[in-house]
Structures are given as structure tokens and as C-alpha cells.
Design a protein around this ligand. Structure first.
Ligand code: SF4
Ligand code: SF4
Length: 159
């Protein structure tokens, strides 16, 4: 290619790149109705239904959960983000001791959102939340207890 041809080719390439930039810089001029970038937190962020923000434990209206304390999630977690503190208590109906959770501890600051804990749970006790408002100046706030105070195991859910 000639010297002049090289220059023309270079200018064409430059303009092609500038066209893409212009699409986002002047959306109203070229007919786009909105920009994808949001100035969060001044503007509300777009929340996707499938976004995996943090692991949470589902509770029903009676403050019951489905966690039996089996520890499958704790074992499945590759980086120790989950700790189950449990005990055995006497079931007065059956006269047998059963396992109950005291605290299901989740270290959000260590979680890589790999999904292994949720896949491992045999009772579907834990799931993803779309919450992402987790920035904090205090790292200890990223350690959460997933079972709510006073909650108990839902009847009919077996270990
Ligand atoms: S999503 Fe992965 S890293 Fe996070 S708690 Fe579950 S198993 Fe651990
Ligand atoms: S959340 Fe699921 S896997 Fe983890 S201890 Fe509870 S029942 Fe077991």
C-alpha cells in the first residue's frame, strides 16, 4: 500500500473508533434514548433478576427456615466463607436428640459467589439475593448470621 493509502486507512480506522465512542457520548444526537452507564449512587442502579449479590436464608411468615444444620454448605465452600454453629436438643415428641442450628454464619467479604454452597444444600435453605448495597467502612459488617433471631426449623424438613 502507498504512503497516502496508509494515511487514508489510518484515518478511516480512527473515525470508525470515534463513531463507537460518539454513540455513547452523544446519545441524543445519534438517536439513542438512554446511556447504559448510571451515576450510582446518585441515580438508581439497574438490578438484574439473576444477579448474585449475597447468600441469604429464606424464612417464611412464621419465622421458620429450612436449614437442618447438616453442614453440607460449609463443607462445599472452598474458602471457608460459611460456619455452622449447631447443637443437639431433645425433641420432646420423639424423645430423640436432634441437630439444630444456633448460627449460620456467612462471611460475605470472603465469598466468591461460586454457588457451590447453594448447590450442595439438600433442603433449599439458602439462595441468592440481588442485594449489592454492601460497601462499608467496617469489615465486620460483612459477616452475617443468616438465620433470623428466634427462628426455628420448619416442620417436615428432615436432615
Ligand atoms: S458462594 Fe461459594 S464462596 Fe460463597 S459462601 Fe457459597 S460456596 Fe462459599
Ligand atoms: S444451609 Fe443447607 S447445606 Fe447449609 S447447613 Fe443448612 S441445610 Fe445444610
Amino acid at each position: 500500500m502507498s504512503y497516502i493509502g496508509n494515511i487514508i486507512g489510518g484515518v478511516k480506522t480512527l473515525l470508525t473508533g470515534m463513531k463507537v465512542t460518539g454513540h455513547y457520548f452523544f446519545p441524543s444526537v445519534i438517536g439513542r434514548k438512554y446511556t447504559i452507564t448510571r451515576q450510582y449512587p446518585d441515580e438508581p442502579a439497574i438490578v438484574m433478576d439473576r444477579f448474585k449479590g449475597e447468600v441469604v436464608m429464606w424464612h417464611n411468615d412464621n419465622n421458620e427456615h429450612r436449614c437442618t444444620g447438616c453442614q453440607a454448605c460449609e463443607i462445599a465452600c472452598p474458602n471457608g466463607s460459611i460456619e455452622i454453629i449447631w447443637d443437639r436438643v431433645l425433641n420432646e415428641e420423639t424423645g430423640k436428640k436432634v441437630k439444630v442450628i444456633d448460627q449460620h454464619i456467612y462471611h460475605l467479604g470472603m465469598c466468591t459467589m461460586c454457588n457451590l454452597c447453594i448447590q450442595a444444600c439438600p433442603t433449599n435453605a439458602i439462595m441468592w439475593s440481588t442485594n449489592f448495597h454492601n460497601s462499608t467502612y467496617d469489615r465486620s459488617q460483612l459477616t452475617k448470621v443468616l438465620n433470623k433471631p428466634g427462628s426455628k426449623l420448619m416442620a417436615g424438613v428432615e436432615e
